[in-house]
Design a protein around this ligand. Structure first.
Ligand code: 9YT
Length: 132
């Protein structure tokens, strides 16, 4: 069994801080669960274009307010604590945080921890099975 506390991740390579968000990676590919699970802070006032071409992701908001807009349809969904959205079709989307939002994110396939958003907001598939 794996047991982790958020505090153990802070300041390690499992805490990834970029312009618009900070992601604390509880579970990565190397943990062998078949999915990755992150506690992610989306910074207040940010808009992020995201396209996970190679992954599906479920996102559950536990703190804060914002919205997600589907790029193709323009459809906008409000996000508040208790809202889940699941990107089951690799939807291109804009994630906007009105206040700081805290999201529990689950990815399949699992992130290795080596991915970075490229200029299109895409996470590539990272093939390094040994990572983390
Ligand atoms: C909600 C979302 O997708 N945010 C981007 C960061 C991502 N959750 C990650 O890498 O943890």
């Amino acid at each position: 069994m794996i047991v982790k506390k958020l505090g153990e991740l802070l300041g390690t390579d499992r805490e990834v801080d970029v312009a618009n968000w900070t992601s604390r990676r509880f579970l990565l590919k190397g943990d062998g669960m078949g999915f990755s699970m992150h506690d992610t802070i989306i910074k207040a006032g940010t808009e992020t274009f995201i396209w996970y071409a190679h992954h599906v992701e479920a996102v559950y908001c536990i703190e804060g307010h914002g919205e997600v807009e589907l790029a193709d349809s323009g459809k906008v969904y409000a996000i508040e604590p208790g809202t889940l959205y699941a990107l089951d079709s690799h939807e291109k989307h804009f994630l906007r945080a009105r206040t700081q939002m805290r999201m529990v994110c689950v990815f399949n396939p699992a992130l290795t921890g080596q991915e970075v958003h490229d200029e299109e907001g895409v996470y590539p598939l990272v093939a390094d099975a040994a990572a983390d």
